[in-house]
Design a binder for this molecule. Structure first.
Ligand SMILES: Nc1ncnc2c1ncn2[C@@H]1O[C@H](COP(=O)(O)OP(=O)(O)OP(=O)(O)O)[C@@H](O)[C@H]1O
Ligand SMILES: [Mg+2]
Length: 367
């Protein structure tokens, strides 16, 4: 007989601490310490069976929001003991509006959790086990800013529908759910209040909107310029950080409904990646362009080596394109590596292709 799965209340398995979770996530997420900490605490609580507040991640494009969500997924997947206790799905916010139009809003989200739970638990899982899994699942909703209720002055109907659909799942004590035929079918109700939601979006334009509000708009004068004296002389500066000035009202104005936002424990802001972070990502991220280039060259017996100075130049160039975030690294590195890829061994000496600062400078000068 299959042992009954533990209930969360009497779960005696040890729970990873937030710090342990964070250090695992930091193997693939660089910088963004605050966001990593916040997620790690929520996850540790969740794994302990304790209520965790929903998390809203806001950060520039290419700063690591999706990377962080993926890192949590693979962290949970990497350990069978954890995978057993958590059912995670990641969805693109846009599809929620489409799905809401096709039928019971929110139910499709539960169906996805159910399908995932079934896959994890196998065919002979009981209905009770499956439902327990769904009721305590984790839902990542990416690109949440795409479901704004207004764009400019116009209502954005798919966005309104998607926010409503999410809200249905986030605050419903009893949501109808059709059970899979493999478990005997039928219909039941599911209490969704223990599902953890993590939503993320770039909220493009939010930075400028808040800056305008505190400088020339509604709260004109709130942000004062300061006089800076340094080696370059005296000048006026207006130091602005979204973290200091973002208010809920700014997100309402952006098009997120107050009811929807009230289901989150506040926003966690990711930062623009620094040049140092970019260098670490370039050299160490598991999915960095450098890693895949090394693999490619290795297939032709060539050891691809970048000098530290060459790597630093690439990170510096990428840092000059903050709108792309870490995606700029791939673009810059492509310019550097492109000419060598066609004949991987042609430029190698003693089995190694060494790219130094001169090669990088030449390649970037052409770009
Ligand atoms: N903090 C980070 N740590 C490690 N890699 C990162 C980080 N930020 C970005 N990257 C790299 O850059 C790529 C793009 O990052 P990601 O998809 O996480 O951006 P995003 O914040 O979700 O942006 P968008 O708002 O455009 O969806 C990733 O594939 C990853 O390689
Ligand atoms: Mg993303």
């Amino acid at each position: 007989m299959k042992p009954r799965s533990e209930t969360r209340a009497d779960s005696s398995t040890s729970v990873p601490s937030p710090r342990e979770i964070a250090s695992a996530l930091e193997a693939s997420v660089f910088g963004q310490r605050l966001a990593v900490r916040e997620i790690s605490v929520a996850l540790s609580k969740k794994l302990a069976g304790i209520a965790a507040g929903n998390v809203l991640l806001i950060g520039p494009s290419g700063s690591g929001k999706t990377t962080l969500m993926r890192a949590v997924e693979s962290y949970l997947d990497s350990d069978p003991a954890l995978a057993k206790r958590s059912t995670v799905i990641r969805v693109h916010a846009n599809i929620l509006g489409q799905e809401a139009d096709e039928g019971a809003p929110g139910e499709r989200l539960l169906q996805r959790l159910l399908a995932r739970a079934q896959k994890q638990l196998g065919g002979d899982a009981s209905v009770a086990e499956l439902l327990d899994r769904v009721a305590h699942g984790i839902v990542f909703v990416d690109e949440i800013d795409k479901i704004r209720a207004r764009i400019g002055d116009l209502p954005h109907i798919p966005g309104i529908r998607a926010q409503e659909a999410l809200l249905t799942v986030m605050e419903n004590e009893k949501l109808p759910l059709i059970l899979p035929a493999s478990t005997g079918g039928g219909r039941t109700f599911l209490d969704t209040r223990s599902i953890l939601f993590v939503a993320a979006g770039a909220f493009e334009g939010l930075y400028d909107a808040v800056y305008d509000r505190v400088t020339v708009g509604r709260d004109r004068g709130a942000l004062q310029s300061v006089t800076v004296l340094d080696s370059e002389g005296v000048r006026e500066e207006t130091p602005f950080s979204l973290r200091d000035w973002l208010r809920s009202q700014d997100l309402f104005d952006y098009g997120m409904s107050p009811q929807f936002l009230s289901r989150f424990d506040g926003a966690v802001l990711l930062q623009n990646l620094s040049e140092g972070d970019l260098l670490k990502i370039f050299l160490g991220a598991p999915d960095s362009g450098l890693e895949s280039a090394k693999k490619f060259f290795a297939r032709f017996g060539v050891d691809l080596v970048l000098s530290p100075e060459a790597a630093r130049l690439i990170a510096a160039r990428a840092a000059g394109q903050p709108r792309l975030g870490a995606r700029a690294l791939k673009e810059v590195f492509r310019q550097v590596i492109r000419d060598y890829e066609f004949e991987p061994s042609a430029h190698a000496e003693n089995g190694a292709l060494v790219i130094d600062r001169t090669e990088v400078e030449e390649a970037l000068a052409k770009a």
